[in-house]
Design a protein around this ligand. Sequence first.
Ligand code: FAD
Length: 400
Amino acid sequence: MVTSNDADVVVVGGGIGGLSNALALTRKGLRVRVLERAQEFGEVGAGLQIAPNCTRILDRWGLLDEITSLGVLPENIVMKDALDGSVLTRLDLHDVERRYGFPYMVIHRSDLHGTLLRACREAGVDLVTDVAVTGYEQAAGGAVAVHAGGREYGAVVIAADGLHSVARRILSDDEPVNSAYVAYRGAVPIDRVVDLDVHTKDVVVHVGPRCHFVQYPLRQGEMFNQVAVFESPKALAGEADWGTPDELDAAFERTCGQVRAGLPLMWRDRWWRMFDRDPIMNWVTGRIALTGDAAHPPLQYLAQGAVMAIEDAWVLSEHVSGGDWDAALAAYNAVRPEHCRRVLTTARAWGDLWHHDGEKRLWRNGVLREREVHDYSYVDWLFGPTALTPDQEPPMFPAA
Ligand code: FAD
């Protein structure tokens, strides 16, 4: 079997995580090859929220103007009760931008992915499709990604192969954790919602018993994106065919008019079952490193999955200097797993809070209504500058 060894770095997976690593390392003067199993590079799904800890990095890569021209800078994130439609709390996103120096943006996934892909092409990344990596090996001074057509050697191999990562099996025997929640998505032209009672300049999250509903504009306000998420009774009962449209309709029966008005606009022919994984604290073995969802797939409640993937890429690239890969990988492994562990566990807890019913719902609503709009103590640790070393990692919450 032929071994190619004309790249410094081999990246497995050409999603947002893989392309971010490829771009960041190419900008450091390295020759990078990306191996993607799909026939074409691309993203499925609709919108993504990207917080200032991500737009700060995109700015450093010279991409912020381009993605700003493609996305939307919403005015607020508004949290509402999904049953009675009342406002619980909000984040003023103009003030967020002032505080953190970079905007909170919503963008179509394919626009962010397309921007990264174009930047990779311009930077000279070797982008290869239709190659599914089946195994990994350590090698002298590097590592090898193995696929049906051959072997790709690099001084380092970065596995950005997503939730069901092949590479992760080398480091952990854990499996994806099924949350029993399922997401429906739908992005439609904005004129389809003008007669509905929707906020077209905000991100709105309606939180309800075992369900939530997210709405925001996309593509400079030309499109409107919705995500409906609910707990599937069939998943809880152990049935294989779970998350079907009849369950979608039943899950939102009790919700307010604003939510129910949006439901007919969801795509009903596909849905996404929500898995995460337990955190693992070691992402590196020899010259093989995990990144993105391969390392830390979260539940989506903090909207930080793609953001963490981009942060991973930036942190690793900032530690690469003088070709000392062992030091760079050690520095990366010293800081990123702990940050992402916090995000994963907080996302689970945040999702539980969203989905309360009965007295717990009333308690939650009371706590959120009490929150002062400009209190950033719960997001400073997320939206601030990405830590390069453990001592730069801020405490999660201020001391009482
Ligand atoms: P993936 O996107 O899974 O990419 C992996 C790539 O590797 C794919 O292209 C795949 O084809 C390829 N691949 C897989 N196996 C192989 C192989 N063996 N060989 C070669 N190639 C391979 N994140 C946010 O930051 N903000 C949000 O608002 C947000 N909202 C979300 C909403 C929902 C409903 C969901 C489900 C997720 C959301 N996320 C959000 C999370 C975000 O989508 C993911 O965390 C992010 O896309 C992960 O990127 P990745 O490149 O690591 O993995």
